[in-house]
Design a protein around this ligand. Structure first.
Ligand SMILES: Nc1ncnc2c1ncn2[C@@H]1O[C@H](COP(=O)(O)OP(=O)(O)OP(=O)(O)O)[C@@H](O)[C@H]1O
Ligand code: SF4
Ligand SMILES: [Mg+2]
Length: 364
């Protein structure tokens, strides 16, 4: 493994209030590596407020960690020289939820493609820049002639989001951090956008961190998954293991709430998750899920569970598995399957082969 980007014991705490200072642990002690040599798609799932966007912003270098380190090509992001930071900012590209926010309504859409091409000096001539832009638009299924020269409002939401995917691709990054990239486009376009993200990995060797509420699309395109709850990773591993056979009670509830295609099967929505997902208040000790957990038992309120390595490609932070060894250094790398092994799991057809395939949106 050659580390491209590492998070080492990274936490992010937000503080608010002057008199009564409140602290929100948005990301709590995450350690993992994005590998340079075997690109993969990592899904990050969890309810609203679980810390997914904060994790993305830490990876993108938009915010610094409160503790721990983000390391880019062996060097702390804090210590990068100007030139190194410039490369870092090119090599890790974001795709955001709302593509409209990324556009200036007074500029034609060409602007979001030509500006980064010039800024990062992707080509020596205008013709070469234009060729690269056409290539990137083709790759996301957009006709350059029908896209360039238009204003943002003249494109549909799906087209605008595809231009943003093309923009990210244009810069030939090593990693794309896509934060809910399809949640604001309609279902018919979702598959096209996800397919372009999948092609980035397969054809261009780009790794992707895919943040989503939707376990169905996570299952379809990701190799590995990390499930977050109140800032902590509660379960992680290969997407096959975690979604087909979830071990943490929280993941089990999420998976059981995916609508089933067979009307005779019970809807998991019945297994509603009690408690307030928005509340970030957690007891100083004990499992963060204890107040909502249907199977909580004696040790749960006393200590925080570590991530236990209860399957070669899965770990769960739950005392039910404390007979298994804890992940060394709580490092997730050991449960993430390398790309070669998981290539087939990126197959968009694979939902057809699972016993109870998630069909429509499995929103959280
Ligand atoms: N800049 C900030 N200042 C204070 N608190 C913040 C800030 N950014 C995020 N938080 C808090 O950190 C927690 C995690 O937020 P985050 O946006 O990462 O969640 P999320 O999983 O992306 O949620 P969603 O699914 O709604 O996008 C939340 O409680 C949020 O209120
Ligand atoms: S540690 Fe206890 S409370 Fe937490 S998820 Fe496991 S059983 Fe539930
Ligand atoms: Mg978010």
């Amino acid at each position: 493994m050659t580390a491209f980007l590492e998070m080492v014991n990274v936490s992010k705490v937000f503080s608010a209030g002057i008199i009564r200072r409140q602290h929100t642990v948005a990301v709590d002690d995450v350690t993992m590596t994005i590998d340079e040599q075997s690109p993969s798609i990592l899904a990050v799932a969890g309810e609203s407020g679980s810390g997914k966007t904060t994790l993305a912003r830490l990876l993108l270098g938009v915010i610094p960690p409160s503790s721990g380190e983000v390391i880019y090509r062996g060097q702390s992001v804090d210590d990068l020289s100007r030139e190194q930071r410039r490369t870092y900012l090119r090599e890790i590209q974001p795709i955001f939820q709302d593509p409209f926010e990324s556009y200036n309504p007074f500029y034609k859409v060409d602007h979001v493609l030509t500006v980064p091409a010039q800024k990062f000096q992707l080509a020596a001539t205008k013709q070469e820049t234009s060729r690269l832009i056409h290539e990137a638009l083709d790759m996301v299924g957009l006709q350059p002639a029908e896209t360039l020269g238009r204003f943002p409002h003249q494109l549909s939401g799906g087209q605008r989001q595809r231009v943003m995917v093309a923009r990210a691709m244009l810069l030939r990054p090593r990693l794309i951090v896509a934060d809910e990239p399809v949640s604001m486009v309609d279902a018919s376009l979702r598959a096209t956008i996800l397919e372009s993200i999948r092609r980035m990995k397969q054809e261009l060797g780009i790794s992707v961190v895919y943040i989503t509420h939707d376990l169905t699309t996570a299952y379809q395109i990701a190799d590995n998954i990390l499930v977050m709850y109140k800032g902590s990773v509660v379960e992680a591993g290969s997407v096959e293991q975690v979604i087909r056979d979830p071990r943490h009670p929280y993941t089990q509830l999420l998976v059981s709430s995916i609508p089933q295609p067979d009307p005779s099967l019970p809807w998991g929505a019945e297994a509603e998750i009690a408690g307030d997902p928005e509340s970030m208040e957690v007891a100083a000790t004990g499992c963060k899920f204890v107040d909502r957990c249907p199977v909580a038992f004696e040790p749960c309120a006393g200590q925080r569970p570590l991530l236990f390595h209860e399957h070669p490609s899965r770990a769960a932070a739950c005392f039910q598995y404390d007979k298994s060894p804890a992940l060394e250094g709580q490092n997730l790398d050991v449960v993430f399957e390398p790309q070669l092994k998981s290539q087939s799991s990126a197959d968009p057809q694979k939902s057809a082969t699972i016993r109870n395939p998630p069909t429509s949106e499995g929103g959280l």
